[in-house]
Design a protein around this ligand. Sequence first.
Ligand code: B12
Ligand code: SF4
Length: 527
Amino acid sequence: MTLDPELPFRTRISPLFLPREMAEPPPLDHGATRPNLKRRHALLINPFYPKDPRTSFGKHVLTPTLALTSVAGATPAPWTVEYFDENLLQGRPPADPLPEVVGITVHLTFAQRAYELARWYRERGSFVVLGGLHALSCPEEVAPHADALAIGDGVQLWPEILRDVEAGRLRPHYEAMYETDYRLDPPARRTLLPRDSFLTTTSVIATRGCHNRCGFCYLATNGLRMPYRMRDAEQVAREISDDGQAYVVFIDNNLGSRREYLHELCAALQKIGIIWSAAVTLDVTDDPRLIRAMALSGCTGVFVGFESLSDANIQHARKRSPRADDYARRVRLFHDNGIQVNGSFVLGFDDDRRDVFARTASWIEENRLECATFHILTPYPGTPLFREMETADRLLHRDWSRYDTGHVVFRPKHLTPEELLHGYHWMYQHLFSWPSIWQRRPSDVRAVAPYLAMSLLYKKSNRFWHFLIKHRLTHVAWHPLVEWNRVRHQGFRRRLAAKPIPGLDPCGVPSQAESSVRAGTVISAGV
Ligand code: B12
Ligand code: SF4
């Protein structure tokens, strides 16, 4: 059923549960004591960022960022290294003994918190190294807050930085791009992670880069050189097995940029009996055999950046993507192989008008996307979109903390900033409501109960998430459900393997025909 385009504007947005600890970082202790400095000890910090109560609090503990565990993996002997994520609600980061080096990852949304932490540790005598996406896109802004700035690939830079600290010759600026042979990188050090705090600690990366360069994506940041690189598929499977978790999240920008590689990876994953999810672009469905191979290797969910249902918006963003009127057929190819689709949509493009919200929500419901994620168009500094908005004088401010895709930071073309924000809030309120969840249930009756259970936990349980996160119960609470799904999925794979591949005609040629297999399973990428 198509929703009335004015429905969002007639609907009141309800206030939501947002405990203080989810909105504000833990206060730092400004007492005068100077703790003992521990030489050759490094602390890596993922700073606090405020949570948007419209989305699931669960998304923050689904799986950890790989930024700091990757850097930690490159720590040279005899250095020791520790990890602290302020978002796990365990208070302020450790300071006694005081680490000789503190490495902090900086994104634009939590840059201020990173600077606050940097000042605090520097005042007490640690060397502070700042790295991450914001160090790359705004080095002049970040540099004054650090003893050393790491621009680009920290895996290459970290050993050199620590050796320079040891030798007393730390430089203010280090830089390395992503052009090395990815297979030679040391594995991420996941043993540093608090395992109880995450649904799965196995965030893994197999490739870097993307065959697209959309104007709004951080991959289009000025100065970033990231050619598409792939790791050895067997090496990736080994790394996954070593972490011993049932569910794995690939954090690659686009796992499907090279289809022949993804085929290879699926063959390696099929042997280890896990379930997994990943971000891919919709063009992977050009190859129906690949979608089948993904399902048979344990893929239960994909995160797909549809971005917009308007071809004009897609062209403006310079994204090479199938036409919007072919999205539905392609979604069916995933569903017919039991793969859930978490669709990511950007709101506020130049072709978006008041009807964009109801139209997008109707489409999501008609095509039964199990999950959807919304982003207000956000021009990240250093990207073509940022330059375009700046030149046209459309930026409203440069308060980076609100460049989090949950606030309006530019003047939209056919909407007011208030309409855009209201529409964004309505999208979550509407799509996370029970009637909408019910409408999008899988058509395979066996998959309905797990779908509803996951929806309840993921979309309707922020109070519960807060409790789980605070008491480090995330893994314990989720593990049985994940394991149950892994076992179920293995049975599903055996049945699926015996069925014809949807989207191929009897001669094995890709067709536009409807398919006959229908299944459903459970976990979606969620990020
Ligand atoms: C996992 C992930 C998450 C997780 C965990 C986030 C967290 N900070 O804890 C969750 C799901 C919670 C999440 C949420 C969000 N995310 Co996010 N996320 C990612 C994702 C998929 C992977 C990150 C990762 O592990 N990368 C791999 C590591 C190895 O790369 P890296 O981070 O660049 O780190 C390397 C270097 O930068 C450097 N480095 C980094 N830190 C440091 C520190 C030191 C000391 C040194 C020496 C080097 C160094 O070395 C590393 C190794 O080379 C990325 C996309 C991607 N594929 O990168 C998006 C991404 C980082 N997220 C993004 C966004 C926008 C968000 C949200 C705001 C979205 C939303 N509205 O909900 C939220 C809020 C979080 C926030 N404020 O940061 C954007 C950031 C854009 C930007 N320009 O800042 C990205 C790039 C996605 C995108 N394509 O737009 N995210
Ligand atoms: S397809 Fe996705 S990952 Fe690739 S450039 Fe576009 S937004 Fe970035």
